[in-house]
Ligand binder design. Structure first.
Ligand code: ADP
Ligand code: G6P
Length: 498
């Protein structure tokens, strides 16, 4: 991954003394600290869609980012990145890592909010850790935010931060954005600490979700708590107002997240240099020059449906619908949350399937599945996107899924096809994709075959589909997302201060 070095060489170490007018707080910083066995420290981009989307926004605003540096029991001094973002590390102990991060955030909330794909665990000591760590994050933010600053709290790991921050710093304007789905009220209500969690969130001035369905779920939940709800659901606006018994009111709206299209365009333009050296052709040749390349790019997470997509591919090879001499599937899987049982099981099932499929259908020196369990740099990732004929994005549930949009953004020439799960948030916008139900292997197979058949036999119709999706993504980029959210937050702040 690309290294983003702290700017300490120029002595520009920040004091973190409450002079930041725009602060983002997320569990993770945009970079993870890497500590080698000899103690050498370096930084690399941290994983996930939140970091991909929020980084360009903070670079534009030259704001301050409060977050965890990805290693336990370490919190380096605040520093500025080469791109001008002030990073303010928050220390998590090993105990916090196990109980707040692996436990409550990723073994309770993550499965609960992703519609119970695995069973959430409810553990009282994890909840205590979640409260403690949220208090610590809020206290850090309170110490770096300037009077009257705007604070943008990100994601499910920090849902108590708005409430704590409101008490510590009533002068702040507080936005909250949820990067994952918000579940139906019946599922949310399983959470033993549901009222306290909701109360913490509602102290924000604006809460943003990706999809209308998320807002509907949230509003229905609030109505069940006898909150006053008015207005209507709007996209890129705070259409709903919720009023609490204490008189505090907040806006709620749909703000579909997106990608940094100009950064992708710049990477693609820079890559034409490599292309002139035949790198893309070389990659294709190294894969045995298949006529159809399928591609999957995901964090290795059970929500992403990687195993089901491999099984669909295997059955298509088995039945002869796809010829193993003609096709290849590339699966890039970023390591994620590796010590949690459900993640270990997912990895072992995926790797067993990769081994079995290659054992059954590969020739020596010509695997039919190319699998990498590691991250790649953005420019290499772009090359994989460009190499693919059919992109496979088949999550069981996903807040948005930026991979689908990134792939589409590499298709200015309208080539290729996207197989997309109905349960990815991106399906609301990328309606021209080959949509499938990821719980139904027959349906995934059908979508894969339709895409492959269409590219060979109906190229004009396929180009129309891709071109519509390309225009959609280009017109709705990450700037639009951030400007809409921050604009709506600013408008609410003005209303309150009148
Ligand atoms: P999530 O946030 O659940 O991980 P998204 O699809 O929204 O899912 O975002 C994933 C982000 O991580 C994308 O920006 C994608 O480019 C990046 N990514 C995923 N896999 C890899 C990989 N193997 N190497 C590099 N980047 C990756
Ligand atoms: C998703 C979540 C983010 C999270 C990312 C990576 O995008 O919405 O909040 O940061 O996954 O997961 P990790 O557990 O490694 O931070």
């Amino acid at each position: 991954m690309s290294e983003t070095a702290p700017d300490s060489a120029d002595g520009n170490v920040a004091s973190g003394t409450g002079d930041n007018s725009f602060v983002v707080v997320a569990n993770r910083l945009p970079v993870d600290m890497i500590i080698e066995s000899d103690g050498t420290k370096s930084w690399q981009e941290s994983p996930g869609g939140l970091v991909s989307a929020v980084s360009p926004v903070l670079e534009k605003h030259q704001g301050c980012w409060v977050g965890w540096p990805g290693v336990t029991d370490e919190a380096p001094e605040p520093f500025r990145t080469e791109r001008g973002v002030l990073l303010h590390p928050v220390e998590l102990t090993q105990h916090d890592f196990e109980e707040f991060y692996e436990g409550f955030s990723n073994a309770t909330l993550w499965p609960l909010y992703h519609n119970l794909i695995v069973t959430p665990e409810f553990n009282r000591s994890w909840w205590d850790a979640y409260r403690d760590v949220n208090l610590r994050f809020a206290t850090e933010v309170a110490s770096v935010a300037a009077p009257g600053a705007t604070v943008w709290v990100q994601d499910y790991q920090l849902q108590l931060v708005p409430g704590i921050l409101r008490q510590l710093r009533p002068d702040l304007t507080i936005g909250f954005f949820l990067h994952i789905p918000f579940p139906p009220p019946d599922i949310y209500r399983q959470l033993p600490w549901r009222s306290e969690m909701l109360r913490g969130l509602l102290d924000a001035d604006l809460i943003g979700f990706h999809l209308e369905s998320n807002v509907r779920n949230f509003v229905e939940l609030c109505r069940g708590y006898d909150m006053e709800v008015s207005g209507e659901i709007k996209v890129r606006e705070a259409g709903i107002t919720i009023t609490l018994p204490n008189g505090h009111s907040l806006g709620v709206g749909v703000f579909p997240i997106s990608i940094d299209t100009s950064a992708i365009a710049a990477t693609l333009a820079a890559d034409t240099h490599h292309e002139s050296h035949g790198e893309l052709e070389q990659m294709h040749h190294n894969m045995g020059s298949p006529s159809t390349v399928f591609l999957g790019v995901d964090r290795l997470d059970y929500t992403k449906g990687i195993l089901q997509r491999l099984l669909a591919f295997e059955e298509l090879l088995d039945s002869g619908a796809l010829d193993p001499k003609e096709v290849a599937l590339v699966q890039l899987a970023t390591p994620s949350r590796e010590r949690i049982d459900s993640y270990r099981t997912t990895r072992s099932n995926v790797e067993e399937a990769v081994g079995r499929i290659n054992g059954r259908f590969s020739q020596i020196g010509r695997p039919v599945v190319h699998y990498q369990h590691r991250s790649v740099t953005k420019d290499v990732l772009m090359r994989y996107y460009r190499l693919a004929d059919v992109m496979l994005v088949t999550p069981f549930r996903d807040g948005m899924n930026l991979v689908a949009k990134e792939f589409v953004a590499t298709r200015a020439d309208s080539s290729g096809a996207l197989v997309l799960s109905e349960f990815a948030g991106a399906a609301d916008e990328l309606t021209q994709a080959h949509l499938c139900n990821p719980f139904d292997i027959e349906d995934i197979k059908k979508a894969m075959l339709q895409a492959t058949w269409g590219l060979k036999n109906n190229p004009e119709a396929m180009k129309e589909r891709m071109s519509a999706m390309y225009n959609q993504v280009m017109e709705h980029d990450v700037d639009l997302w951030a400007n809409a959210f921050l604009g709506a937050l600013g408008a609410l702040e003005q209303k309150h201060s009148v």
